[in-house]
Write a protein that binds this ligand. Structure first.
Ligand code: ADP
Ligand code: MG
Length: 615
């Protein structure tokens, strides 16, 4: 047989890649703004025509580019920001893939004007559908100006996919605001069809928020500040009385990058527990600083999702920091005089070595757990946390109260460590497991040891189960005593309509779907009522992030998204029964070694390998 495989020509490859990076005009704005920020600009101007469909221009006063770099910048995987794979683990810039300019140039008419400090003159390059049409020297100040005209001119299908000018402008404003909020020390302007939408001078966080959302915002803000080993939190939440009927002003920034996180959003909402009126949403602008090595941003080209090493602890810290602020600022009177023990625990993080988890801080780190000990809470000082999904997962298996289980578990862990040092291993039961850093389940094999990522393992288990429910046999559902009514945008409700049937297979029962709300009367047995909203939110955000027609079936996406949200998080303490349950069910899966997003679920270390290490 003759050879049939060919490399795609660059412009075709670029067009395909562009589909991932550029979904709409707002994505171009985001990429160009991020490039300007990476180039240390202190002043950035954005000019758009017809919601960006006709033209987008971003002008910055950053470091600019040399002639060679200007030309190089349009090559795919050309980046000045990382040099090796290791750099990926300590990213401090916004860009790193070197894909944006190449992608944009593949699907639009682009003009780049730039000059760096050393060059006498600047460079102007015109490029259309990846073809450079002209390159000349020009007079221009230091910095970069990029103009993008006729987006998707050569992909009519994508151009037709764009929504009305009003909708696309909304998306642009959203992206613009996110970037502007993350960088108050940079001045930003936005013009649309000749009129000025925003003019934001350089300032501080608080003032930037007020400049964007209006003068009255200032008095609604309660500052939040917390510093721990794991994370530094700063920013503001809105006072409960200003909570809105729709979730608009909710922003998380991690290392100055806007992210979406239904899980952390849940933590904020939990901090407001009891202070909000039915179905209202608190505003927040929260800035989290974490070690870049402890996050993984490379999971989606649009980069609004980040994976944290210890999401679970982050949840607890965030929730308690906000509770504390609300209490301090007299917003939550019950917390005035007496510090709630529940608030204190995560503060212990301050004084402890991150790598050596102290036994005494463990018990409060599961925010889903029910508070059982009456000694730690006074009636009325805080509400009971709803029982968590992973508890309900194992319900029936656990006849001891949680607290006891945990204590037993801790003893088990230390026994295991010392015991195995001195006892002969033959006497140990084969199936023994222990948890490492509340993140990995370690188990012994005949030939060595097995280290399992608990979150990925559980995600795999739930994913296969959900797929089976959706495609083969529907799951049973738990009826809710009182139907749950949730508010969503009309766009989200549209998505819900499309996946309704699949969701019903997993155990959801929808009693009515309206334009901007849904009533739910039954939910899958694996989740608790308090998590429903978060899971659906996550699902919508996943559906939205997924590129249209990229081959993944919606069923698969749905199962992946729900599984990810329902799975035990890294950072959750698991008792021995739970650990073994995960191990057993994992190895009953069809594909135990990979998570649904194709990441390794476990590694093994054989005795041979160990022997080598001791040579
Ligand atoms: P990435 O940002 O991932 O590196 P891009 O395709 O967005 O990839 O940009 C490619 C390169 O072009 C960047 O690494 C940077 O060196 C250069 N560049 C892009 N925009 C600017 C700008 N506004 N100012 C200076 N250099 C820029
Ligand atoms: Mg970039």
């Amino acid at each position: 047989m003759s050879d049939v495989i060919q490399l795609l020509p660059d412009h075709v490859a670029n067009q395909i890649a562009a589909g991932e990076v550029v979904q709409r005009p707002a994505s171009v704005i985001k990429e160009l703004l991020e490039n300007a920020i990476d180039a240390q600009a202190t002043r950035i101007q954005v000019v758009i025509k017809d919601a960006g469909k006709t033209q987008i221009q971003v002008v910055d006063n950053g470091i600019g580019m040399s002639l060679t770099d200007a030309r190089m910048s349009f090559e795919r995987h050309a980046t000045s920001k990382i040099k090796s794979a290791e750099d990926l683990f300590s990213l401090t810039t916004k860009g790193f893939r070197g894909e944006a300019l190449a992608s944009i140039a593949a699907i639009a008419h682009v003009e780049l004007k730039t000059k760096d400090e050393e060059s006498e003159v600047g460079t102007i390059i015109k490029i259309e559908g990846s073809e450079v049409s002209s390159q000349e020297a020009c007079v221009t100040p230091q910095g970069t100006s990029i103009s993008v005209k006729n987006l998707f001119y050569n992909i009519p299908a994508r151009r037709n996919f764009l929504k009305s000018d009003a909708v696309e402008t909304r998306h642009i404003i959203d992206e613009f605001q996110r970037v502007a909020l993350a960088h108050p020390q940079i001045s930003f302007d936005l013009f649309h069809n000749g009129s000025e939408l925003f003019q934001l001078p350089e300032t501080n966080f608080r003032q930037r928020i007020t400049n964007i959302f209006g003068g009255k915002t200032n008095e609604k803000l309660v500052p939040v500040n917390e510093e721990t080993e794991l994370v530094e939190i700063s920013g503001f939440v809105s006072k409960p009385e200003f909570a809105k009927k729709s979730r608009g002003e909710q922003f998380f920034f991690v290392n100055n990058r806007f992210i979406k996180s239904p899980y952390l959003n849940h933590a904020v909402t939990a901090a407001f527990d009891g202070l909000l009126k039915e179905k209202s949403y608190p505003g927040y602008f929260l800035y989290l600083k974490v070690d870049p090595r402890s996050i993984d941003i490379n999971i989606h080209p649009t980069k609004t999702e980040i994976k944290f090493d210890d999401e679970h602890a982050l949840y607890a810290i965030l929730r308690s920091a906000i509770k504390h602020s609300l209490g301090q600022f007299n917003v939550a009177p019950v917390l005035d005089f007496e510090r709630d023990a529940n608030l204190d625990t995560p503060y212990d993080y301050k004084n402890r070595e991150a790598s050596v988890p102290g036994v005494e801080v463990d018990r409060d780190f599961n925010p889903f757990r029910q508070e059982n000990s009456s000694g730690r809470s006074k009636p009325g000082t805080f509400r009971k946390e709803p029982a968590g999904k992973w508890e309900s997962l194992y319900s029936g298996m656990q006849d001891e109260p949680i607290e006891k289980e945990e204590v037993r578990h801790i003893e088990f862990e230390s026994e295991e460590v010392t015991g195995s040092l001195f006892d002969s291993s033959e006497s140990e039961p084969e199936k023994s497991t222990f948890q490492l850093q509340k993140k990995y389940i370690v188990s012994t094999l005949k030939s060595g040891i097995l280290v399992i990522d608990q979150h990925r393992a559980h995600t795999r288990i739930l994913y296969e189960e959900l797929l089976k429910n959706i495609t083969v046999s529907a799951a049973v559902s738990q009826q809710l005593l009182f139907p749950l009514r949730l508010q969503f945008s009309s766009h989200e409700m549209e998505m819900l309509g499309e996946i309704k049937e699949s969701l019903e297979q997993t155990g959801f029962v929808f009693s009515s779907l309206e334009r901007d709300s849904v009533e739910i009367s039954g939910i899958p047995t694996l989740i608790s009522e308090s998590e429903v909203e978060m899971l659906l939110e996550q699902l919508f955000s996943d559906l939205e992030n997924e590129v249209p027609n990229n081959g993944f079936s919606q069923t698969d996406l749905l199962a992946r998204s729900l599984a990810k949200g329902m799975a035990v998080k890294s950072g959750m303490l698991l008792n021995n029964t739970e650990q073994q349950h995960i191990v057993n069910r994992l190895f009953a899966c069809k594909e135990p070694s990979l998570s649904p997003s194709n990441r390794s679920v476990f590694i093994t270390l054989t005795v041979d390998e160990l022997d080598k290490k001791f040579m």
